[in-house]
Design a protein around this ligand. Sequence first.
Ligand code: ZN
Length: 201
Amino acid sequence: MTDVSVIECPGCGFPQSSASARNCEQCGNLLIVQSLTFLDGADEKSVRIHLKNYRARLKDDPDDCASHIGMGICYLTLKLYDRASEELAKAVDLAPESGDPYYYAALALLQGKRPRVHTHSCIKKVEEMLHAAEELDGTKHIHCLLWAAVKRDYYDFNGMIPRPPSVDELLSRASQRERNDGELQCLERLLPRECWQGLMG
Ligand SMILES: [Zn+2]
């Protein structure tokens, strides 16, 4: 029987001696992914290895927030949005003071579709998540940009006036923040192109 608690490097395949290793003992590859950028260009096989590793870690410690975030990000990459939502909801419960899980949870709720096709209650939830990410973090360019895209696509289409902050306010906030092109490209790919027209400078 294979030992499910052995962490294997998605890069070189080396089995790690410790289940809590953060970097591969052999090649130094990052084993705990906390941002979409780290999975950019990864094939499905290595994303699946990441998932297997997180499951092994969670067997040891079911409340390991980093593993729930990691799984959520893997599922987002695989477009398994309901599973991503489940994992990210757990991460939000375990680390309610950290902004990123809320941002990823908002992305999972959008399911890769335009905001305008969602119900009002779904968009309300997405906005609550992005509002929380802003309140708790308030430093990320991509958080504001996603919120602006959601508001513009949903409220303009439905002829509704959004509650503050306005799209302009969010874009102005975004323009004052440091921009990470890798993260921006990952975000851009998770929603249809039409959502970004005029927003991605
Ligand atoms: Zn390795």
